[in-house]
Ligand binder design. Structure first.
Ligand code: A3P
Length: 311
């Protein structure tokens, strides 16, 4: 069996400075030349920062709180633009019928959706469609961010869950800090959006603020999307977006992905799930003081003078 680093180097490489699945090369030109519809809303994030949570909130705000329609899987309602580049060959070859269409053919699928589409992407600013980068088109963009320590731990568990990584947490932290996990470097991802957080078409959210004040975050997002929300609608949405409720909701909890990964590579431990802990600051229970210090130093160096902090 291949060692983790060999596996990583087999599937990913740096593309325009971003650590990406090699398959992204096949769709890069199409993404770059993507015709942007200004009615659509983009949910952009580094992986494991609360993307799914934000997507579900945005989708319901955009679709008049249609909970019936929200029973359809989120991957169909809110297409993940570059998803096809993330599926590794063995999955496609052996489990082709099980890989959902919105993922297998993500660019094509996204084009079939009726506007306003809530588009999900993990692409950093410098890999987004040229029309967005050059500000020729200014669709609404919601960027969701999370403190890097919790993000890294969540990413580690997720990578193990989908059988893309089997090493230790400490090794994973080294990969994360050195920018050798998909969509890294982390700061190259966050800072360009943070720099633009005052732009009228950009809303910069933090996972930590969704945790501490979900109603406030929903109100802020509704206002950004120019949507009215009554107190009753707010209460219902807060409940729907709670960790417990999302964990049990098959439309958003990615149980299908967990099952598919398990089919691909059976694992004794079946207790793990995508909706894992949903906490802020849980890194304190898992990271060694040395690692915490390394993360903090790295964070201080990279955020100096930017004004970006995590509560
Ligand atoms: P943990 O692994 O720390 O539990 P993404 O959607 O970007 O992949 O992010 C996944 C992370 O968001 C996971 O973090 C998941 O549990 C958390 N999450 C998803 N829905 C949530 C919710 N309703 N409340 C709190 N955390 C949530």
């Amino acid at each position: 069996e291949l060692e983790d680093l060999e596996v990583i180097n087999k599937w990913s490489k740096r593309i325009d400075g971003v650590f990406m699945p090699k398959k992204f090369k096949d769709i890069q030109d199409k993404v770059s030349g993507w015709k942007v519809n200004e009615e659509d809303v983009w949910v952009v994030s580094f992986p494991k920062t609360g993307t799914t949570w934000t997507q579900e909130m945005v989708w319901l705000l955009l679709n008049d709180f249609n909970y019936k329609a929200a029973e359809q899987n989120l991957i169909k309602r809110s297409p993940h633009l570059e998803a096809s580049a993330l599926v590794r060959a063995p999955y496609v070859t052996f489990f082709s019928p099980f890989v959902p269409q919105p993922i297998k053919n993500s660019l094509k699928y996204a084009k079939t959706q009726k506007s306003p589409v809530c588009i999900k992407t993990h692409l950093p600013w410098n890999l987004l469609p040229k029309e967005i980068q050059k500000e020729i088109k200014k669709p609404k963009i919601i960027y969701i961010s999370r403190n890097p320590k919790d993000t890294c731990i969540s990413y580690y568990h997720f990578s193990r869950l989908i059988k893309e990584y089997k090493g230790t947490l400490e090794e994973f932290c080294n990969l994360f800090l050195s920018g050798s996990v998909n969509f890294a470097p982390f700061w190259n991802h966050v800072l360009p959006f943070w720099k633009r957080h005052d732009d009228s078409n950009i809303l910069f959210l933090k996972y930590e603020e969704l945790k501490s004040d979900l109603p406030g975050a929903i109100r802020k997002t509704a206002q950004f999307l120019e949507k009215d929300i009554t107190e009753d609608q707010l209460d219902k949405l807060v409940h729907h977006l709670s960790f417990e409720s999302m964990r049990q909701n098959p439309a958003v909890n990615y149980d299908w992905l967990v099952k598919l990964s398990h089919m691909f590579k059976p694992d004794k431990d079946k207790t793990n799930s995508f909706m894992r802990q949903g906490k802020v600051g849980a890194f304190k229970e898992t990271l060694t003081p040395e690692l915490i210090e390394r993360f903090d130093k790295w964070t201080a160096e990279n955020t100096r003078g930017t004004g970006l902090t995590y509560p």
